[in-house]
Write a protein that binds this ligand. Structure first.
Ligand code: ZN
Ligand code: MN
Ligand code: MN
Length: 283
């Protein structure tokens, strides 16, 4: 089977429009926001739009969809009001995915804002448990994304993600997304072939490869261990083509969908270039 490849895709004009654009660009996988990523509240999805999305998707070549949650959400916010808003918004994100039939909701664990990593991790797990309790039986997974560890962001070590998963009650609902730019900036050297193998082994030992359900394929504008989150086109950053070749040619990772989050214009033609580069690396 060919590797599932695609990019974060615009939903301008309605969620179902993302399927049209992804099809046009030849994607087999895509990521979308199901609401404006910079707003707390947004009107519910219309039945018509949900049906259009599902029908188009069924008749398309897109075999994998993931939703990315709003950037405002912080599941370990120190401010009580923000924390409450974040939990409500996260619940709403899961509900939107469930309605659209999207199997994964990708999210950044959270930023502890000075409270400390241990407290942050506990609060994130508590938030997830509260929301999971309200959504029993949902098929959508809660997908933790690895982070660059910028500022007070949690999730820049595999151990931190596993600690969160350990504290979640409905653990079968937890999956993980590995963002290449983020892990590289966090200090995991995926560029060097030998070290890449070590990183994947570490992921497998600490979290388990069975939870890895997505890759965010981004090169990094910043150096190894910079702890700064800046995405670059594939091959133009510090990870470079060697790093992406490691991923594209690892047998265990072939079945894991790969999504670009690299800079792009409205037409997303840059995505075509980046996908061509990735495909060209397959040996
Ligand atoms: Zn993200
Ligand atoms: Mn990402
Ligand atoms: Mn990022």
């Amino acid at each position: 089977m060919e590797q599932l490849l695609g990019a974060h895709t615009s939903t301008s004009g309605g969620v179902s429009k993302s399927v049209d654009l992804s099809e046009k660009l030849g994607f087999t996988a895509m990521q979308i926001f199901t609401k404006n990523n910079n707003r707390w509240i947004q009107k519910q999805l219309e039945e018509k739009e949900i049906e259009a999305f599902k029908t188009k998707l069924k008749n398309s070549n897109i075999k994998y969809v993931v939703s990315h949650d709003s950037y405002l959400i912080n599941l370990c916010a120190t401010d009580k009001e923000i924390l409450k808003k974040s939990r409500i918004a996260f619940l709403d994100e899961l509900e939107r995915c469930e309605l659209l039939g999207i199997p994964h909701l990708n999210f950044h664990p959270g930023s502890h804002l000075g409270a400390g990593e241990e407290d942050g991790i506990k609060l994130i797990a508590e938030s997830i448990n509260i929301v999971h309790d309200k959504t029993k039986g949902y098929m959508v997974s809660s997908m933790l994304e690895t982070t660059a560890g910028q500022g007070t962001a949690i999730g820049y070590r595999f151990e931190q993600l596993q600690k969160i998963i350990d504290l979640v009650e409905q653990r079968e609902r937890m999956t993980v997304c590995l963002d290449t730019a983020h892990v590289f900036a966090a200090g995991y050297d995926i560029k060097d072939p030998m070290n890449f193998k070590k990183v994947i082994k570490e992921f497998d030992q600490i979290i388990g490869l069975e939870r890895l359900k997505c890759f965010h394929m981004n090169d990094s504008k910043k150096e190894l261990d910079s702890r700064v989150d800046r995405h670059e086109h594939i091959g133009n950053g510090f990870i470079g083509l060697d790093g992406f070749s490691n991923i594209m040619n690892d047998k265990r990772l072939k079945k894991i969908p790969k999504i670009l989050e690299t800079p792009k214009g409205k037409e997303q033609l840059e995505d075509l270039e980046n996908l061509k580069v990735l495909r060209g690396l397959i040996k």
